[in-house]
Design a protein around this ligand. Sequence first.
Ligand SMILES: NC(=O)c1ccc[n+]([C@@H]2O[C@H](COP(=O)([O-])OP(=O)(O)OC[C@H]3O[C@@H](n4cnc5c(N)ncnc54)[C@H](OP(=O)(O)O)[C@@H]3O)[C@@H](O)[C@H]2O)c1
Length: 371
Amino acid sequence: MGDNPKDNDNGLDAVTDIVGLRAEIDDIDNQILDLLGRRVTAAKTIGSIKRRAGTIVVDKQREGEIYRRLLSSNQKALKAGPLHQIYRSIISAGRSVQKSASGSGEPAVYSVFGDPVGHSLSPVMHNSALARAGLDGYYLAFRVKDIAAAVSGIRGLGIRGASITIPHKIRIMDYLDQIDPLAVAIGAVNTVVNDRGTLHGYNTDCFGAVQALSEKTPIKDQDVAIVGAGGGARAAGFGIKQEGGRLTIINRSRERGEKLASDLNCAFKPLEEVDRLPYKIIINATSVGMTPRDDSRPLNTDMLGKDTVVMDMVYNPLQTRFLAEAGQIGCTTVDGAAMFVHQGAVQFELWTGEKAPVDVMYRVVLEELSQ
Ligand SMILES: NC(=O)c1ccc[n+]([C@@H]2O[C@H](COP(=O)([O-])OP(=O)(O)OC[C@H]3O[C@@H](n4cnc5c(N)ncnc54)[C@H](OP(=O)(O)O)[C@@H]3O)[C@@H](O)[C@H]2O)c1
């Protein structure tokens, strides 16, 4: 049998089906165009009325209400992420005709710089958050090789804020105007805020880790172990110390682990020497367990007690082998998406000055990960 669907009767049926379905799509598109035209005309009229009355054009509360209503009446054919994307464009178009009727504003642009960056969940998370907060803006992913040139791009294009990811979190520090003391101490920046041409660097991974944990357990005076000594471990380690946790760094390579433990003024244990886990909280800050090597785990879970709180920074898969086994033992577990969303929420608040819609951000990230 050939690859062409016309090669047999079933193929002919399929072609007929496609023709019929395409006609249906064309008809739906015509109806959508008609409805969009009516929507835009109504928005334009509202803009004119507002201009005459001298009232503010963008009504964020109203836009928030629209998203809330859409999310609750959505029949699930569309996931929350795509629904937000579609309605953000529709509302944005309505907003721009309102503005041209009343003469104001242009959308803000935000971005993520990394390499690779194709699978980043930041665009869907931040675009949904912007939409839900009723803010006029776009968040775009850029695969960046030359971070110095990309920082010039922030300045030249007036990008309001950027997320910085692997491999640029350290090198970017050379090109910013000001760096938050916590980010200096951690030695990495994952967030840039463009304050009218002055670029400020922050590290929100630290807050993300602490916030995700704090939702499940107190940290103060608890024995905490972090497995790993890279960027994620550094950020979480500073957060745990700030919260008053008693920290131990566990790492495969002795040199890197000892360096981080010395920077944090805490204990160090080589991974190969771990034969018991006398900690209340254990955090995996290695990439062990990440897709495609999702059958691996950073520690032998036979050593875990059921009262332990186990967090995994890996969020792809969301349910790592480490978390799944810890959950079976009865441990409280914290997934990597919680940390990711909380670090993103702080970015959002730094950029926009608005409270982040954490519930929507978490929902769209979980939906993306479940695909
Ligand atoms: N959820 C979030 O928001 C979030 C935020 C940051 C990071 N992360 C995740 O956290 C993980 C670590 O990120 P990172 O930026 O800290 O990476 P990194 O700087 O490259 O550090 C990786 C760490 O993992 C250890 N490691 C790697 N392979 C190992 C193996 N097979 N056995 C034992 N240890 C191993 C390394 O040990 P050596 O020193 O011995 O090489 C190092 O300590 C990644 O999966 C990342 O996606 C998640």
